[in-house]
Design a protein. Structure first.
Lengths: 144, 642
């Protein structure tokens, strides 16, 4: 094979690979990207019911309620502007507690509540989801 | 005094790094003669001293942590006098500033290593390489000094520190970050080699042979670091998962993918003088991925389990460094690549062809992971908050990964330069048959639901067979160690993938709330909650569950998962109990009690999950064998030359 031909073949292969990767990534992105919401984002707006999303904020003080089966809980996520009630079945992570930052993965329900299939709390006790931090900051400024 | 000495050592090291760059420039100007060899000697010494100074600063930081010097801000925020010694030491890098100091130390020590041991590279290229390494170091010293100073003092000092996050109080912290960084930042050597070779127009087989051991070394540590991190997350986080596609995990996976591609393309360059431009590009990309990873982790810009407190100045600073070094290297690549001569050519059906395919597929996976990891940042800039999790990566990267497994099986069976389809297919008969049988059996057992995992299992079995074929009909005693290395590493890939596939297709999970005396079943096990009792550790107290697990026809054994309470800082953690059996692991987590005598119990039976990390260890071992083989051979060649 001549050098020129070889270079052409390799370039075409590389191009094909890049196109393939982009196509693959884009099609997966369309289905799988989970949008991030804070309670304030959905307050009084149409809910994104059709997809898997993340809800981030702080666990409202005094809101955690354990259910009868021993493995389900209900709690309220707040960002200082609005609240969303969340239901979850499972063992919550170590750093999940009232007044701490939390990210719930799951779906909104037509009644405005949220059913989580996964709860993330953060490794660092100083952690606050960036959006919640932003919203809280704004709320504080307004209060002042 | 110690903190001041540490800071002074860092500033001195910065001075030496600056000197390193100047001397390299001098060495590049003055071509030959006695003056040049003296400059070279000085350059080597300066690089070594720079490494020692950084190491000294890091040692001093550890000393501060061991002494619990509460006048130092970093110690206050991350340590406590009552903490066990090992976590005082490891706590030195369990925070932003300390881990950046470790990062820079590895960078400087890698440079010193090159100065000490690199004997094969052309003098001018070596000088340029050390200069590039020094230039990278200057930027990151500046980052330490201006945005992440680990030696800041506080006056008056508080009585005691806030303690280390209990999740980090684990032997994993002593092991995972240092090995990961040795690999991650060790790749800087490949980057500097590439810059040096481009500057001195020295891209060729000799350069590749010199670079190969350094790439291998970094890659081995990176493999160990990722494997250790995965196992640590698996047992510590108590979620039963071993890979979460967390942005920070991706940040370590991306350099690994690039380094794996580099490892293979550098072989083509060293052995057959092909893929010159591509290899140089990969060397630049690999360390660029390490720096991008550092940016992702240390800027706190992504929502991640590793993100420490968010600080925009740090992010901007690292972003500036990234632009400077990656942009600079790419510009140099663009300017000089025209002068890199076309290497040797080859047929598509050949070892080289297979290695090109390997590189393409690795690059595609790298591209997918890169898009998935950084897309949320792009979206955030456009005002949309979104996150990309496991489903995206599984859908987009796994199919390419499976194609790569198939390519890995073929590569070593092909001859260099040119081979025939027919011979390849003949050799592939046994692996394909094994793959088909395993897939069919697994399909019959598990059904169509997890067909992708079952396909992976079949392919892994085929790869396992194919990977040992290069040893067949060979005198095993006279087989070069490097060949053994390749066989072991490829076998490791097969072992690791079988573990992943078995876990995702066959695992069973159970969540229940039960009282003492009751039992639940998971997989083949019946698990009874025998009692709940309090226990006390060195700096924690815990509630421990005593579980008795029984398998039909087997002897019962006990599991003791705990809910630990740490006082400094006040935190609860879950300590999972894991029982390892020959055919998998039983994983138990105890959750909260409901106040009426019931306790949450989360159980997994994970068949053959241990193979994942065993495979990782085999991959690293294969790398080590290859490294030993290469170094021994180089030494023998050097003796023959002399």
């Amino acid at each position: 094979m001549k050098a020129k031909h070889q270079r052409l073949t390799l370039a075409l292969l590389a191009l094909g690979a890049i196109l393939g990767a982009s196509a693959l990534a884009m099609s997966a992105l369309k289905d799988q990207a989970a949008f991030f919401y804070a309670p304030g984002d959905v307050h009084g707006k149409p809910l994104p019911l059709d997809r898997h999303v993340r809800l981030g904020g702080m666990v409202e003080k005094g809101s955690i309620r354990r259910q009868g089966d021993g493995v389900s809980i209900r709690f309220v996520v707040t960002d200082g502007t609005a609240t969303v009630p969340v239901a979850f079945r499972g063992v919550t992570p170590d750093l999940f507690k009232e007044g701490s930052g939390v990210v719930a993965e799951g779906r909104f329900q037509p009644d405005g509540s949220f059913v989580a299939d996964n709860i993330l709390a953060k490794h660092d006790e100083r952690y606050m989801p960036p959006q919640a931090a932003g919203n809280m900051h704004e709320t504080k400024t307004l209060e002042q | 005094m110690i903190a001041e000495a540490g800071l002074a050592a860092l500033w001195l090291a910065t001075g030496f790094a600056l000197m390193q760059v100047m001397l390299a420039l001098g060495a590049a100007r003055g071509a030959d003669g006695k003056g040049a060899s003296m400059v070279m000697k000085a350059l080597r010494r300066v690089a070594i001293v720079q490494g020692l100074l950084a190491l000294g600063a890091f040692g001093l930081l550890i000393t501060l942590f061991v002494q619990s010097d509460m006048s130092v801000l970093l110690v206050i925020e991350n340590s406590h006098s009552m903490k066990p010694l090992i976590y005082k030491i490891a706590g030195a890098w369990g925070n932003h500033e300390g881990s950046m100091l470790l990062w820079v130390t590895v960078l400087a020590v890698s440079g010193a290593g090159v100065a000490l041991f690199e004997k094969r590279l052309a003098t001018a290229t070596l000088a340029a390489t050390l200069g590039a390494q020094g230039a990278i170091a200057i930027g990151f010293y500046a980052f330490l000094a201006f945005a992440s100073n680990p030696f800041v003092r506080v006056n008056p000092p508080p009585l005691d520190g806030r303690g280390l996050n209990p999740l980090l109080q684990d032997p994993g912290l002593a092991f995972h970050p240092p090995t990961l960084y040795l690999g991650y930042v060790g790749l800087s050597v490949a980057f500097s080699f590439a810059v040096g070779a481009l500057l001195m127009r020295d891209v060729g087989p000799a350069f590749a042979r010199a670079m190969r051991p350094w790439v291998l070394g970094a890659w081995i540590f990176l493999t160990i670091g990722i494997t250790a991190g995965s196992y640590w997350a698996y047992y510590e986080l108590g979620w039963g998962g071993w890979w979460f596609w967390d942005p920070v995990e991706n940040a370590s996976l991306m350099p690994w993918l690039a380094a794996t591609a580099l490892l293979h393309s550098v072989s083509v360059l060293a052995t057959r003088d092909g893929l010159r431009a591509w290899t140089v590009m990969l060397a630049v990309v690999a360390f660029s991925m390490s720096m991008i990873g550092t940016f992702l982790v240390r800027s706190g810009i992504l929502v991640s389990v590793h993100a420490f407190a968010v600080d925009p100045t740090r992010g901007t600073f690292i972003l500036g460094l990234l632009g400077l070094y990656i942009g600079g290297a790419l510009a140099l690549f663009g300017a000089r690549i025209g002068t890199v001569k076309q290497g040797a050519t080859f047929e598509l059906v050949s070892r080289e062809g297979a290695l090109v395919l390997n590189n393409l597929l690795l690059s595609v996976i790298l591209g997918v992971v890169f898009i998935g990891t950084l897309y949320p940042l792009v979206a955030a800039a456009a005002g949309v908050q979104l996150s990309i999790g496991a489903p995206f990566f599984e859908k987009a990267a796994v199919p390419v990964g499976l194609a790569l497994v198939a390519a890995t099986a073929c590569g070593p069976l092909l001859k260099w330069r040119r081979d025939q389809w027919r011979t390849l297919l003949g050799k592939l008969l046994a692996p394909v048959a094994v793959a088909g049988v395993i897939f069919a059996v697994a399909f019959a057992l598990a059904g169509a639901e997890h067909w992708m995992a079952l396909l992976a299992l079949g392919l892994a079995a085929g790869l396992a067979v194919a990977s040992v074929l290069p040893l067949v009909r060979r005198n095993l005693r006279r087989t070069p160690i490097a060949i053994w290395g390749m066989v072991v590493a490829h076998l490791g890939i097969a072992v690791s993938i079988s573990g992943m596939a078995a876990d995702s297709a066959f695992k069973s999970e159970r969540l229940a709330a039960i009282s003492v005396g009751q039992s639940v079943t998971v997989g083949p096990y019946r698990i009874e909650l025998v009692e709940m009792r309090p226990v006390v550790g060195p700096n924690w107290s815990a509630l421990e569950a005593h579980l008795k697990a029984t398998r039909a026809g087997g002897t019962p054994f006990d599991l003791f998962p705990q809910q630990r309470f740490f006082a400094n800082p006040p935190t609860n953690t879950n300590e999972a109990a894991i029982a390892t059996k020959f055919d998998g692991q039983l994983y138990a987590v105890i959750g909260q009690g409901d106040g009426e005598g019931r306790w949450q119990l989360r159980l997994w039976w994970k068949p053959f999950v241990t193979l994942i990390w065993l495979g990782g260890a085999l991959i690293a071992l294969g790398g080590l064998l290859a490294l030993i083989g290469r170094v021994r051979r180089e030494r023998r060649d050097a003796e023959n030359d002399a």
